[in-house]
Design a protein around this ligand. Sequence first.
Ligand code: GTP
Ligand code: MG
Length: 195
Amino acid sequence: LEIRSADIVCLAVRPDQYPPSDLPEIAFAGRSNVGKSSLLNLLTGRRQLARVSSSPGKTRTINFYLVNDRFRIVDLPGYGYASISREITGSWGKMMEDYFRSRPNLKAAVLLVDSRHEPTPQDIQMYEYMKYYGFGGLVVMTKADKLTRRELARQQEEIRQALSMDPGDRIIPVSSLKRTGKEELLETMRQVLGL
Ligand code: GTP
Ligand code: MG
């Protein structure tokens, strides 16, 4: 998969603000500050497409990016910023649930976890949620440049176990800084999007 063009087309907090469900979508979810926006910039080759920040909680809306005029990448708002109970009962939880439940063109969700850390209870919950709604079990380990090859391999197993991943579920280490893992992720995206 080669990304030739990418542009933000919509920021939404409610279903009536979503773009039409005419194109396949792949959604990226993860804890605040995990590196979602950086990953989108890496994938699209556009340094400033999604806003990167050192203060967590930058992305508070569901952001839709149109790619190659063929599919959309969806940047979901990060979690772990407010307390768990506030998120589940509050606007964040409703925003996520509305999106997952009412999006026939959503082909897959990708969970981003930080390479260095154990998945949090919210990561585990998010992963279960994705699987429950039938959006696959693809995981990306972000900031892979922070670990040695050996540490990375060990963390990969830890994360697999913590999330109770099925043997067929893929886990892809990516570094937006060193630009590694991009091709593997793009190829996997091509497959799940049916392109
Ligand atoms: P929110 O939108 O706030 O939820 O965060 P996000 O998940 O979009 O994270 P963002 O891409 O803004 O990155 C958060 C921080 O992590 C920034 O300081 C980035 O520079 C840093 N970061 C992102 N990707 C990488 C990476 O691959 N390697 C390293 N070393 N740092 C990274
Ligand atoms: Mg972001």
